[in-house]
Write a protein that binds this ligand. Structure first.
Ligand code: NAP
Length: 275
């Protein structure tokens, strides 16, 4: 399966759809990532806090660890914010994963106020050529401006909660203006909208599953969904969204399912604490 790609603000590319690895662990994680990579997924999303970097690294080592198309992603936890701590945390993650192509700050933790120092270290890691691309996760517009003003480097990616009940129109608009690519976490939104006519209607019309309709909606928003599945069958289903298109009206109807209280969990990045 050939996945289209998007160009990032650092000139490199990002597959238009990736594979989420939370809460996979141990041999389940290794097996799931192996089947995903065999099937054609090239963007793999891990995090130090998922406690699966070694398991994901094993799958990468067993595939083709030099594959130039692979984008192995991991994330810096809140407890490791700060300049020196970030470099040390990166070294540990690299050891476990074998390669890191995209490194993200997992949450800003604004009360602790150390994400700018973490970002300075990430900029340095990229300058030294130790990581190809750098970005953030769960950042608001304010946090994006702050790290860019401090370093002159805008994150390439902001990975945010995004699904039909929480479509994040305002933040997606900010990303478009700033040249930041959007990655969508929990892209299927726990399937809460699967029975809604806005999703079930196009599913019947195109002969697709509701999950495929929702993932196609992300792709047409230029938001990179990171669906997780431990089943090879659903992994394949989730990848198979590049040979049909939703109309503008169908896209708008799905976006119209958004609700102010549509967040699933994780909470507001201004107040959430992730260490
Ligand atoms: N940056 C952050 O703060 C953050 C937060 C949360 C998540 N994430 C990332 O985002 C990834 C995805 O988020 P997520 O795992 O919460 O949500 P998700 O990928 O939207 O949903 C995963 C759930 O949907 C099921 N599923 C997968 N494909 C399906 C299909 N085709 N039809 C029906 N059900 C399907 C999975 O079950 P099966 O496994 O049984 O198929 C699993 O229960 C995570 O794995 C992680 O990498 C990042």
């Amino acid at each position: 399966m050939n996945i289209p790609s998007l160009v990032m603000n650092d000139g490199t590319t990002l597959p238009a759809l990736g594979f989420g690895t939370y809460p996979l662990k141990g041999s389940d994680a290794t097996r799931s990532v192996s089947t995903a990579v065999d099937m054609g997924y090239r963007l793999i999303d891990s995090a130090l806090n998922y406690e699966n970097e070694s398991d994901v690294g094993r799958a990468i080592a067993e595939a083709d660890p030099q594959d130039a198309q692979l984008v192995v992603t991991t994330k810096l936890p809140g407890r490791d914010h700060g300049y020196d701590q970030t470099i040390r945390s990166f070294d540990g993650s690299l050891e476990r994963l074998g390669r890191i192509d995209l490194y993200l700050i997992h949450w800003p933790n604004p009360r602790h106020g150390r994400y700018v120092d973490a970002w300075r270290a990430m900029v340095e890691l990229q300058r030294e050529g130790r990581v190809r691309s750098i970005g953030v996760s769960n950042f608001t517009e304010r946090h994006l401006h702050e790290v860019a003003e401090a370093t002159g480097v805008m994150p390439s990616v902001n990975q945010i909660e995004l699904h039909p009940e929480f479509p994040q129109a305002a933040l997606r608009g900010v990303h478009a203006d700033l040249g930041v690519l959007t990655e969508s976490w929990s892209p299927l939104g726990e399937g809460r909208t699967f029975a809604d006519p806005a999703v079930a209607g196009p599913a019947a019309k195109y002969g697709r599953t509701p999950a495929q309709i929702v993932l196609r909606w992300h792709v047409q928003l230029d938001a990179v969904p990171l669906p997780k599945s431990s089943s090879a069958e659903r992994q394949r289903e989730n990848l198979d969204v590049f040979d049909f298109a939703l109309t503008q009206a169908e896209m708008a109807a799905i976006t119209g399912l958004g609700r102010p209280d549509g967040r699933l969990w994780g909470g507001d990045p201004e107040t959430n604490e992730e260490m």
